[in-house]
Design a protein around this ligand. Structure first.
Ligand code: CP3
Length: 345
C-alpha cells in the first residue's frame, strides 16, 4: 500500500474530508524552540546553510502541532546569494543586498547557482525527508522571479517595489535578462530540492499584486509558467503551488496560463470568484488573515469558519493568507488547528 499523504492527495486532485493544514512561516520566531536555536546559530543565513540545524527547525512545528506539511527552512534570497550577490540579514531590519539597479549590474551575477551554496539546502531536504512522519508532505520552495528581483534591484524590501518597476520600465530587455536568469536557476534549484526528496513545491510571488496588467503577465505569469514547464520536464508530475499575493481576479491567469496545480490565496481573495473560477480547476490553499490569528478568540474562530465554509466542500489545503507574525501566541495556533480538525463535511 502506498503511504497516504493527505496534503499531496489534495494537490493531486483528491479532496480530503478533513482538510490538510500547514502555515506559511510555520518555522519561525513565534516558537520558543526556534528562537533558542536561532540564538545558538548566530546569523539567519548561517542557520539556513547548516543542514542539521535547518532540518531541526523544519521539524519543530511538525512535532509541536502535527501539521500535514513541512516546508523546507530556508529563504527565497538564497538564490541571489548563490548567484554571487552579497545577501545579509540585519537583526530587526530585514534583508540587505548590493543593489543591481540597471543592466550594468547584471555582469556581477554568475550564470549558474554556486553548488557550495545550494548543496547544504538540498542536504537539509534529504535530512528532513529521512526523519519526517511518512504521512507528512515535504514542500520545497523558491521565490518567483519577480519577487526575488524586487529585492535584488532595490537591495532591500521596500515600498511598492519602486526600484524593480523603474528598471523594468526603463529597460524591459535588460530586466528580462534578470528574470530569465532567475527562471533558469529557479528550475535547477527546485529540481535539486525534488531530487533530494521534496514531494511538491511552492513558488512565492509576494509582490505580484503591485503590477499593472501587461506587466503582471510578463513578469509574473510568464516566468512562473516557464518554471512549471521546466521543472515538470525534469520531475514529471511534481505538483506546483503558485502564491501570487495580491493577484485578486488575476489568479485565473496563473491557473490558465502558468499551469500550476494549486494556488495560495491571500486573505483578501474573493470567495465567490475563487470557488467558481479557481477551485473548479485546481486546489486552493489559504487563507486566514494572519492578523485574525494574532487576535485569537471569536475573531479567529470566525475567520477559520469562513475559510471552511467558502472552500471546504472542494479541494482545500488549510493555511494562512500569508506568514504567521512573530508575536502570535502559540495557543491561537492550537485553537485554529483544533477547530479545523473538528470540522468535516
Ligand atoms: O515558511 C517557512 O516556515 C519556511 C521558511 C521561509 C522563510 N522565508 C524563513 C524566514 C520561507 C518560505 C521564506 C520566504 C520568504 N522570504 C519570502 C516570501 C514569502 C513571504 O513571507 O512574503 C520573502 C519575501 C522572504 C524574504 C525575507 N526573509 C524577508 C523580507 C525577511 C525579513 C522579514 C522578517 O520576517 O524578518 C526574511 C527573514 C526570514 N525568513 C525569517 C524567517 C524565519 C526571519 C529571520 C530571523 O529568524 O531572524
Amino acid at each position: 500500500m502506498p503511504v497516504h499523504k493527505p496534503l499531496l492527495a489534495v494537490l493531486n486532485g483528491q479532496r480530503q474530508a478533513s482538510p490538510p493544514i500547514w502555515m506559511m512561516r510555520q518555522a519561525g520566531r513565534y516558537l520558543p524552540e526556534y528562537r533558542a536555536l536561532r540564538a545558538e546559530a548566530g546569523s539567519f543565513l548561517g542557520l539556513c546553510f547548516d543542514p542539521a540545524k535547518a532540518a531541526e527547525v523544519t521539524l519543530q512545528p511538525i512535532r509541536r502541532f502535527g501539521f500535514d506539511g513541512a516546508i523546507l527552512f530556508s529563504d527565497i534570497l538564497v538564490v541571489p546569494h548563490a548567484l554571487g550577490q552579497t545577501v545579509t540579514f540585519e537583526a530587526g531590519e530585514g534583508p540587505r543586498l548590493d543593489p543591481i539597479s540597471d543592466r550594468s549590474g547584471l555582469g556581477r551575477l554568475e550564470r549558474d547557482l554556486s553548488p557550495d551554496v545550494v548543496s547544504p539546502v538540498y542536504e537539509t531536504v534529504a535530512r528532513v525527508k529521512a526523519s519526517l512522519p511518512v504521512n507528512v508532505t515535504l514542500l520545497g520552495f523558491c521565490g518567483a522571479p519577480w519577487t526575488v528581483a524586487t529585492y535584488m534591484v532595490a537591495g532591500r524590501g521596500g515600498e511598492d517595489q519602486v526600484a524593480a518597476r523603474l528598471f523594468a520600465y526603463r529597460d524591459p530587455e535588460g530586466f528580462q535578462l534578470l528574470i530569465d536568469r532567475l527562471v533558469e536557476t529557479s528550475i535547477a534549484y527546485l529540481a535539486g530540492q525534488v531530487a533530494a526528496g521534496a514531494d511538491a513545491v511552492q513558488i512565492f510571488d509576494t509582490w505580484a499584486g503591485v503590477l499593472p496588467e501587461p506587466e503582471f503577465e510578463r513578469w509574473c505569469v510568464d516566468p512562473v509558467r516557464r518554471i512549471v514547464e521546466g521543472l515538470r520536464a525534469i520531475a514529471p508530475g511534481i505538483p506546483v503551488i503558485g502564491f501570487p499575493k495580491g493577484a485578486g481576479f488575476r489568479l485565473k491567469r496563473l491557473v490558465e496560463a502558468a499551469g500550476v496545480q494549486a494556488v495560495g490565496l491571500d486573505w483578501t481573495a474573493d470567495a465567490a470568484f475563487v470557488s467558481r473560477e479557481i477551485q473548479t480547476r485546481v486546489a486552493v490553499q489559504g487563507n486566514v488573515d494572519p492578523i485574525a490569528l494574532l487576535a485569537g478568540g471569536d475573531a479567529l474562530d470566525r475567520a477559520v469558519d469562513r475559510v471552511l465554509a467558502s472552500y471546504g466542500a472542494g479541494r482545500l489545503i488549510f493555511n494562512l493568507g500569508h506568514g504567521i507574525l512573530p508575536p502570535t501566541p502559540i495557543e491561537h495556533v492550537e485553537r485554529m488547528i483544533a477547530r479545523v480538525r473538528a470540522w468535516s463535511a
